[in-house]
Design a protein around this ligand. Sequence first.
Ligand code: BG6
Ligand code: MG
Length: 217
Amino acid sequence: QIKAFLFDLDGVIVDTAIYHYQAWKRLANELGFDISEEFNERLKGVSRTESLDLILAHGGLTLPDEKKAELAAQKNEWYLELVSRMNSDDILPGVATFFSQVRKAGLQTALGSVSKNAPLILERIGMTQAFDAIIDGTKISKGKPDPEVFTKGADELEVNYNECVVFEDAVAGVEAGKRAGMFVVGLGSADVLIQADLVASSLESLTVAEVLAKLPN
Ligand code: BG6
Ligand code: MG
């Protein structure tokens, strides 16, 4: 019996994944190298500090912690500039319809994002009230692919892990959901999100009834 749907934010509810990518790319470029879209798949769902570590390793750089803190802060400043103009028009197609179906089905909702900026983004797009529980980067100690962000969401909703469905666009996020013992819907390409139980291109191409019909009995 499914009781709750847990949603990632970046790339699922809003297309902030592109802004994270642009800000990291700008940082890499300033450091003298580049990151591709393909490399960026590895950064999705990964925390700010771990993303920076992956990027520096990619560019063959080793830097002291102080410098790394400075670079992470710089990236966040650029990211905040990019998201500062966001509003409800930036909610991805299909999200509003899908959420009204979720409510009609009597399911609970939680946000499961490792982003420390998640509450700010939810405010900007007017979706704070759409979630019964909000787990963001300030509430967890381990980023995806660790399952913590989703198990905490289930705990806050007081539902069992096998009563949850996770919606994710990131490889690390799909793994986190699977490790939490949840049914995972991947949003994106089936070639990339190979661990997902079900893949759709976005919430626009999916109904709640379709998801519930795919669940194991
Ligand atoms: C995730 C994004 O939601 O949040 C990652 O997919 C990002 O790309 C991570 O690095 C951390 O976000 P923030 O806003 O705390 O830097
Ligand atoms: Mg995401």
